[in-house]
Design a protein around this ligand. Structure first.
Ligand SMILES: Cc1cc2nc3c(=O)[nH]c(=O)nc-3n(C[C@H](O)[C@H](O)[C@H](O)COP(=O)(O)OP(=O)(O)OC[C@H]3O[C@@H](n4cnc5c(N)ncnc54)[C@H](O)[C@@H]3O)c2cc1C
Length: 289
């Protein structure tokens, strides 16, 4: 099976982020999303990890279930709030189960938590990249932040850290953002600093105004004024929010592809409909088996 790094280097692609289920309802949503999104033949599906271990088994079980299926899993793993031995144990279990692809992350507290995560033994995601290499992972990705990481001391320091991290990884996946120019500026800046691994843009079609505001607040993503005004005007009309979200995401994705982005990574929130609509608008056709 090719790795994520190999798949994203071999032509235009889509990929999807999914959560491990928390309840019977979210398990049903996930199965529906998996089935419908798989029709697009994604390069990979990324499975999130609750920092501190809140989804440890559920992430592991979903990732391992997908090994050998037509959907290539990318296992997220966060180093915050974990001891080194716990990380080593998880990495070892993944390798034994045939998992080749890891997204090495620091981790954030859940959206509804007011507490910061405790420090783990590894301070930064780049240290988890190195640990994953020790366990023989052939394909390791990292998170990148086109608008800068909100906790960084300065933009310059942050870019330096992002470039150093990407240089040790096989690919980067970005935080979601709303302006294509932020992605291209990041790619240019990282490449000028010698970090040339592929950078995949992350796109989140907006379907829920409150969720967007919370996620944007945590990730430091700016919502452009014209989009915020459009969404605010229809905040209590879910269908209109979705229509605007799909329209905006389609335009953003088209600009990214036109500008040379290698493919598109969608934050799906375990719902297929909006992502499928954006992909259809862009001409991504279902794969026939
Ligand atoms: C594609 C993607 C997927 C994600 N998936 C998850 C998930 O599944 N679970 C989850 O909990 N979170 C997830 N996140 C969120 C992520 O954990 C947060 O954005 C987190 O705050 C930063 O993670 P990082 O891996 O970029 O951290 P790091 O690279 O460790 O950076 C964190 C901060 O430390 C600074 N820094 C880095 N290196 C150094 C250094 N050597 N010296 C000093 N400062 C340094 C950086 O500038 C930054 O401010 C995801 C984010 C993205 C973009």
């Amino acid at each position: 099976m090719p790795t994520v790094a190999e798949r994203i280097a071999s032509g235009r692609f889509v990929s999807f982020e999914l959560w491990p289920p928390r309840s019977a309802q979210s398990a049903a949503d996930l199965e529906d999303a998996l089935e419908r999104l798989s029709s697009l033949g994604p390069a990979f599906v990324a499975i999130t990890y609750g920092a501190g271990g809140s989804t440890r088994e559920r992430t592991h079980d979903l990732v391992v279930r997908l090994v050998g299926s037509p959907l290539l899993p990318l296992a997220h793993l966060t180093c915050a709030a974990h001891h080194r031995a716990e990380l080593e144990d998880l990495l070892c279990q993944y390798r034994l189960a045939g998992v080749d692809n890891l997204l090495a992350l620091h981790g954030d507290p859940p959206l509804d938590s007011l507490q910061p995560l405790p420090q783990g033994d590894l301070r930064y995601a780049v240290e988890l990249v190195r640990l994953a290499r020790e366990f023989g992972f052939p394909s390791v990705g990292v998170a990148l932040h086109p608008e800068g990481h909100p906790a960084a001391e300065s933009r310059e320091q942050d870019l330096r850290h992002q470039a150093a991290k990407l240089s040790e990884a096989d690919f980067g996946l970005t935080q979601f953002f709303h302006r294509a120019e932020d992605y291209f500026a990041l790619v240019d800046d990282l490449s000028a600093r010698g970090a040339t691994s592929l950078v995949v843009p992350g796109v989140m079609p907006v379907t829920n105004v409150r969720q967007l505001a919370r996620m944007a607040g945590m990730s430091g993503t700016q919502i452009p004024i014209h989009l915020a005004e459009q969404l605010q005007a229809v905040a209590d009309q879910p269908e209109e929010v979705r229509r605007i979200g799909v329209e905006h995401a389609t335009e953003l994705c088209q600009s990214l592809l036109d500008g040379g982005a290698p493919g598109l990574h969608f934050y799906t929130m375990n719902k297929a409909a909006a992502t499928l609509e954006v992909c259809a608008n862009l001409g991504f056709e279902p794969v026939r088996c």
